[in-house]
Design a binder for this molecule. Structure first.
Ligand SMILES: C=C(O[C@@H]1C=C(C(=O)O)C=C[C@H]1O)C(=O)O
Length: 387
């Protein structure tokens, strides 16, 4: 089944898809620290409509989220892209990298100096996730459902689409993406988080592809970076859960364009009343998208990136009156508004990172959304893909 125009919110995972139509009532907006309390107050006074909230939390913990009660919700099998025929944007488009790849490389180099400069200090910087963006201007409006529909080609990811706040009248901006990363889910007492950190590119040639995966598995730098994220998530969940464990250990997680190291972390709530909003607050943003220590890394991101991430590297999901919910990290995504889109990708910078490799890694991550748009990083049309 292909996306329905009246639907504004979609999450389409391997296990099935969840969609929500219409916006009935906005949750009073606020920072993530008050999310659980606002959601609770909302549910307590709810008179009609679904007892579900959907939407997005921005990267900045102090910025206001955009979460609402929809008019109706639906659960279906995973969306397939089978009916989606037009494979590329129609007409010419231009892409302006912001920053340029070269300027991004310089920011990575600066970041490495900052990391080295704090070595030995009590709160030394160990990791900063730096991102870059591509500004796309198309000849015609980009249809959010069309783009979302194309993301279903990659069955390893969770495709998402959610509206964003807007001052203007007309269709709101949408955040649309193909995330491989679960921030946290809470169903009953079971809590799951599946952080990723450590990446290498996929290749069409199968021998090269295998080599890239093996390199990642054996890379000490990536393993260390990954374990630090796993430790941080485990520590953040520990106060809420009895037995936090990693049943499968660390495994290779492929998407269509990237290899990642991933670890599924599972716990059982001590207090069955703990709602998912409280867990989102405890975890967001993890070092997979911000860095370590969190506040110091967030400051470096603010100083070096030079733009507001908005909802990129935030979290997108749903929660209900029982406190259940699923929240994914908003990655491999674009903010789409009319004929314009802004695409985002970042990479974790640690001691030993190399600017050229981080430029290449972010290019690989951008391919998730560029491929769905049918263009390359320069805005050139890719060959007509099989739909
Ligand atoms: C920041 C992004 O990805 C994150 C960073 C990763 C890394 O540095 O290895 C891996 C997966 C994600 O947690 C992104 O896709 O923009």
């Amino acid at each position: 089944m292909t996306p329905d125009k009246s639907v504004e919110f979609w999450l389409s995972a391997q296990t099935g898809s969840f969609s929500a139509s219409g916006q009935k009532q906005l949750l009073p907006r606020g920072p993530v620290s008050t999310l659980a309390a606002r959601a609770q107050a909302f549910m307590n006074t709810l008179e009609d409509g679904p007892s579900v909230l959907v939407g997005a939390v921005p990267f900045d913990r102090n910025a206001a989220d955009f979460i609402y009660q929809p008019v109706s919700t639906d659960n279906q099998p995973r969306l397939s892209s089978d009916g989606v025929t037009q494979a590329t944007l129609s007409g010419a488009c231009t892409i302006t990298p912001a920053p340029s790849a070269q300027a991004y490389g310089a920011a990575v180099a600066r970041c490495l100096q900052l990391i080295a400069g704090t070595r030995g200090e009590p709160a030394e910087l160990r990791k900063v996730v730096l991102s870059r963006t591509l500004e796309l201007a198309a000849a015609h409006d980009i249809d959010p459902e069309w783009l979302f529909g194309h993301l279903g080609h990659d069955r390893s990811i969770t495709a998402f689409m959610t509206p964003l706040p807007s001052n203007a009248t007309g269709a709101p901006p949408m955040l649309i993406g193909a995330t491989p990363e679960l921030l946290v889910s809470r169903i009953g007492r079971t809590v799951v988080s599946h952080p990723l950190a450590g990446s290498s590119r996929r290749h069409a040639d199968s021998a090269l592809d295998r080599q890239s995966a093996q390199w990642l598995e054996r890379s000490d730098k990536n393993r260390r970076e990954h374990m630090e994220v796993v430790d941080a998530v485990t520590e953040a969940l520990a106060p809420f859960c009895d037995d936090v464990s990693t049943p499968e250990g660390t495994t290779l997680r492929p998407t269509a364009t990237m290899w990642h190291l991933g670890t599924r972390i599972v716990g059982t709530l001590k207090d069955p009343e703990t709602p998912v909003g409280e867990l989102v607050n405890a975890l967001h943003p993890t070092p997979a998208v911000c860095g370590m220590p969190r506040e110091r890394a967030a400051q470096v991101i603010h100083d070096l990136e030079g733009y507001d991430r908005g909802f990129y590297a935030g979290t997108v999901g749903w929660m209900n009156a029982s406190g259940d919910g699923e929240w994914y990290v908003a990655l491999r995504c674009a903010e789409v508004h009319g004929a314009k889109a802004r695409l985002f990708a970042g990479a974790g910078i640690v001691e030993g990172s190399e600017p050229a490799a981080e430029i290449d890694e972010t290019s690989g991550k951008l391919l998730a959304i560029l491929g769905a748009l049918g263009i390359d990083e320069n805005g050139h049309l890719l060959r007509e893909q099989a739909a």
